[in-house]
Design a protein around this ligand. Structure first.
Ligand SMILES: Nc1ncnc2c1ncn2[C@@H]1O[C@H](COP(=O)(O)OP(=O)(O)OP(=O)(O)O)[C@@H](O)[C@H]1O
Ligand SMILES: [Mg+2]
Length: 378
């Protein structure tokens, strides 16, 4: 059992706020990924949970018990670092058994546990080797095995795959997902890699400058980003974001920018003129010669093998379209693009928060629903 509660935790280094008032409730058995750009406070937060760094304020609870001031070795948590930090002079078996030896367990018990964990991680044939004679992925598994040998309630992992090449990363990713299923333990996993987050997490907490921007399932963050930052961080290539206005015309709401005039599929009750930050994902734009929502010309076509990225200049707005190959368009060509109204995201340009339009007589407001005079923050 390991439920982790992070209650308004902050960390200041001098005058720098590395972590600001972060609150997270991580259920037993969850795979929560802390995601965010470099320097946003991921490692600092994880180190505070591990007990390697003291919070400036706030509390950390493990299964309801306040562990904020508990020594690291007394927390039933195992930390796996980016650099594996294996002991080079010890064999794999000794490296894995180290936490048990430090706790003065019997030789027989250590041998049995090391054998079990090595079996789980397919390291049994490598037990007598030293770290220098292992591949990066094997070293990574030894570091994991060393964390597992104590049977901790929760695993804290700080970018454990960042030293691996692309192929090994993807294989180890799959292994970690399997391991999480088998162990049923709580995983708290730090990465700045959105693919790792999207593929492994049961929930993602996206951090920006020390604060949580959004917590939710990968689908929630991708399909319904709470802020423009979340919208722009997830997705490769990222969501197209551009300054626009929501205006009313003939009783209908439209989003307008230079070269763009798209219906939002909502009726307008009164005159509307709201500056917004509009967003649409590259895979949600469709090339259509007859479309009038976006008119522009092709500035570049990138061949990704299975797909193409078509870059389009619509007035002052630059858009990227992700489409199957061949897209059948050439650089310099004038083209039209269309978008489903439900795929257009709107954000407040000042706060970055997601905007919705409420229909006055609607009982079930969905995404930017129908007309209202004023925009409201979702
Ligand atoms: N011991 C320290 N003393 C002073 N500032 C620190 C210390 N540790 C971290 N910081 C600062 O706190 C902020 C958050 O750092 P942190 O290492 O948590 O970021 P991160 O999200 O893990 O970044 P990365 O993805 O690059 O590992 C940074 O601005 C960093 O410079
Ligand atoms: Mg870090």
């Amino acid at each position: 059992m390991a439920r982790l509660q992070i209650d308004s935790v902050s960390k200041q280094f001098g005058t720098d706020h590395a972590v600001r008032e972060v609150s997270l409730d991580i259920a037993d058995g969850e795979f929560l990924v802390l995601l965010g750009p470099s320097g946003c406070g991921k490692s600092t937060l994880l180190r505070m949970i591990a007990g390697l760094e003291e919070p400036t304020s706030g509390r950390i609870l493990l299964d309801g018990k306040d562990i904020t001031d508990e020594a690291p070795q007394r927390r039933n948590l195992a930390m796996v670092f980016q650099s594996y930090a294996l002991y080079p002079h010890l064999t794999v078996a000794k490296n894995i058994g180290f936490p048990l030896r430090a706790r003065h367990r019997s030789r027989a018990e250590i041998a049995q546990r090391v054998g079990e964990v090595a079996g789980t991680l397919e390291l049994s044939a490598l037990l007598e080797r030293r770290p220098a004679a292992l591949s990066g992925g094997q070293r990574q598994r030894v570091a994991l095995a060393r964390a597992m040998v104590r049977d901790p309630g929760a695993f804290l992992m700080d970018e454990p795959l960042s030293n691996l090449d692309a192929k090994l990363r993807s294989a180890t990713r799959a292994e970690l997902i399997g391991l999480h299923r088998r162990l049923g333990a709580t995983f708290l996993y730090v990465t700045h890699d959105q693919v790792e987050a999207m593929t492994m997490a049961t929930r993602i907490a996206l951090l920006n400058a020390g604060s949580v921007e959004q917590v939710g399932t990968p689908e929630e963050l991708y399909d319904r980003p709470r802020t423009a930052f979340v919208a722009g961080f997830l997705g490769s290539p990222p969501m197209n974001l551009f300054a626009a206005d929501v205006v009313s015309q003939d009783g209908q709401l439209r989003v307008r920018a230079d070269g763009i005039d798209a219906a939002l599929g909502l009726s307008a009750e009164s005159d509307e003129h709201t500056p917004v930050l509009a967003g649409i994902r590259p895979e949600r734009l469709r090339i259509d010669p007859t479309a009038s929502a976006v008119r522009g010309h092709v500035t570049m076509v990138e061949n990704l093998g299975s797909e193409e990225l078509v870059h389009v200049s619509a007035g002052t707005v630059e858009l990227c379209v992700r489409t199957s190959r061949p897209a059948g368009v050439a650089v310099g060509e004038d083209i039209g693009l269309r978008a489903d109204p439900a795929d257009i995201h709107l954000f407040d340009p000042a706060s970055g928060l997601r905007l919705t339009w409420q229909e006055p007589d609607s009982t079930s407001p969905a995404v930017h629903e129908v007309a209202g005079s004023a925009a409201s923050v979702a």
